[in-house]
Structure formats: C-alpha cells, structure tokens
Design a protein around this ligand. Sequence first.
Ligand code: NAD
Ligand code: WQD
Length: 339
Amino acid sequence: MTLKTVLVTGGAGYIGTHTMVELLGQGYEVVCLDNFSNSSPEAIKRVEKIAGKKITTVTGDVRDREVMSRVFKRPIDGVIHFAALKAVGDSVKRPIDYYGNNVGGSIALLDAMHERGVHRIVFSSSATVYGVPEKLPIEESAPIRPINPYGQTKAMVEQMLLDWCMADATHTAISLRYFNPIGAHESGLIGEDPHDVPNNLFPFITQIAIGKQAQLTVWGDDWPTPDGTGVRDYLHVMDLARGHVNALEHAFGIGGHATVNLGTGNGTSVLQMIAAFEVASGKKITYQFGPRRAGDVAACWADPSLAQRLWQWQAKLSVERACADGWRWQQQNPNGYRD
Ligand code: NAD
Ligand code: WQD
C-alpha cells in the first residue's frame, strides 16, 4: 500500500487520540491539527509513546485559513474531522459559538481541502442528530430531528457533506454517528480528560472512584426502562477508533456520501453501568436519584448492521472491558494530562 497521510483535526482530543493510535498502527502517516481548546499536547506525546511513531502536529484553529493553507502544503490523502465543541447543555447556552466552530470550522476545512484537491473526509457526527428516537434500535434511515444546537450543527455538516459529494463525483464523505463512547486504551496512557465537572456519566463515575467527585446523581428513576434509569449504547472508544480506520479505507475505495452508525447495538442502564464499574474497579459508586435531566431520552441504542455490511465492523469490546480500561486510565492519571 502506498503510504497514505491523514490529517486528523482535533486529534489531541478523547476520540482523536485513540483513533491516531489505530491509524499509526495501520501504517498511516498522521498530521494532527488542534488548537488545544479542550485538550493537551501531552496527549499527543502519549499517542507517540503507545505507537512508537511520530506525529506531525500543527497547533491552530481549523477556522484559520492561514493555518489551514499551511497544513495542506504537505501531501494529505484524507481527513478525519474531529475538531468541534461537543457539550449539549453548553450549546444551548452559547449556540453561535457552536455554529461558528462546528459548521464554520467544517466550511473552512472543506475550502482548504478543495484548494489542494483533497477529496476524502470522515466526519464525526453523533447519534444526537436523531433527537427523540421513534423506534429502537435506531437505523441510519431514522428521521433526523436534533433537539439542541449541538445536534443541529452535526446535522448541518452532514447535509453540507452530502451536497459537497453531489457536486463532484470524486468527493467521498462518510459521516459516522457515534453513540456513547467510553473507556480508554488498555495502556492507561490516554483517555477521556474533561476540563470541567463531567456532564457525561462515565467520566463522572471514574472521578467518583478516585475521590474527585463525591456522589453521582442519577437523572431519573422513573423512565420507561427495565430498572427505571436511562438506557444508552456505550461503545468502547477503541472499537470506535477502529471504525474510523475502516471508514477511511472505504473512502479510498468509493465516491459519494454515507452516514453510518457506530454503536454496539445493545442498551445498558445507568444502574447497570454503576454495577459494572464497581466490579471492574472494586470501588463503591455512591449515588442518589434526582429529577430527569432536560433533553434526555429514556433509551437510545444503535442498529449497527450497516457498518457490519460495509466494513465487517462490529463492536468487540464489552462494557465491562471499557470499565476496566477507563478505570486504569483514571487511576494512573487522577488529574488527566495535567499530572
Ligand atoms: P474532545 O473535546 O475531546 O476533542 C475535540 C478536539 O478538537 C479537542 O482536542 C479540541 O481542542 C479540538 N478543537 C475544538 N475546536 C477546534 C478548532 N476550532 N480548531 C482546532 N481544534 C479544535 O471531544 P471528543 O469526545 O474527542 O469528540 C470528538 C468529536 O466526536 C467531536 O466532533 C464530537 O462532537 C464528536 N462526538 C463525540 C461524542 C462523545 O461522547 N465524546 C459522541 C458523538 C460525537
Ligand atoms: C448517559 C446516561 C443520563 C450523567 C451525550 C450527548 C451526546 C454525545 C454523548 C456528543 C443518561 C445519565 C448522566 C449524570 C446520569 N456527545 N446520567 N447522571 O446524554 O446519552 O449523550 O454524550 O456527541 O451528544 O448528548 O450521555 O453520559 O450524558 O448520559 O444519570 O451525572 O447517564 O441521564 O441516561 P448522553 P451522558
């Protein structure tokens, strides 16, 4: 295989670091662009340590046209676009920042790609584009009805990519709709490193286990689910990373736009997650029940059969394995990359 170079925007982030480990392991050259607004250069050093290979890192904002023209001076064969703001609640408070960063950033990226004749992209979308699911499991053909500005930005960029592909048959774009990524690389060297109090369940639980948070509030015990707590499709981040490499290789083979779910196809409740983490860590996770969180849905899990048909991709790592790997990362890095 001729050596291929992949630009990873937002590569220093949680999913980007794990994906760069996979890319390097598969023999790709990696160029990472990141403004480090929600990550640390240390994360890239850890990826290089795991992979035993160097990464070309460009510090800058995907919206900065001067930076982007500098990035594309080198030969780039394809792009994986992670760079974005991703907090649902935050997007309700500051929607224009989200549209500017997530949509504006994607437009600037596509412009820079066009200038240099780069026409393959894998995009980080989200199951949030589905909004409140009508039926489960969720298939890619389900209605796109985001219920928050963050989800709207993802749906808009998906539409942009569809139009971009319709305009030029040489363009290929794959929008990956992730469900709930959790866990960490087995080395414990990289993982999720929220800068503030975590909004998401899994990092909140790991911070309780190391004593950074005192108690978990379980948002709602009266959902129409088996144990009354919210059900989600939790996917090991290394399975997710592998899905990106599959998508990229697919992009080198075909034209057009595809939207593909990446999830396990199974639902896990909050109480089941707590129990699994307690077994994996040997730590007690104290919790209390609180009211339902605004914007939450009762249950959400993927139909992952399209990824299986296209790339023979399916989740291989269990929730229990993700708990063990996530715990190892958190235990070895109580303050994330700031240690
Ligand atoms: P993250 O915040 O850890 O990583 C995002 C990275 O992008 C960070 O390193 C940040 O510094 C960088 N960045 C942000 N804006 C930038 C800009 N304008 N220019 C350059 N760099 C910029 O988030 P993550 O969890 O790794 O998510 C990565 C992608 O996956 C995001 O697009 C997110 O919307 C999407 N996603 C995440 C989840 C999840 O639960 N983590 C689920 C579905 C989709
Ligand atoms: C999971 C479950 C909560 C925290 C979010 C975004 C989505 C995507 C993934 C970017 C729910 C419950 C949580 C807590 C709790 N991110 N919970 N107490 O909401 O499914 O998805 O992250 O694309 O866009 O919406 O994930 O981890 O926040 O919640 O009870 O302190 O845990 O109610 O049932 P969610 P989550």
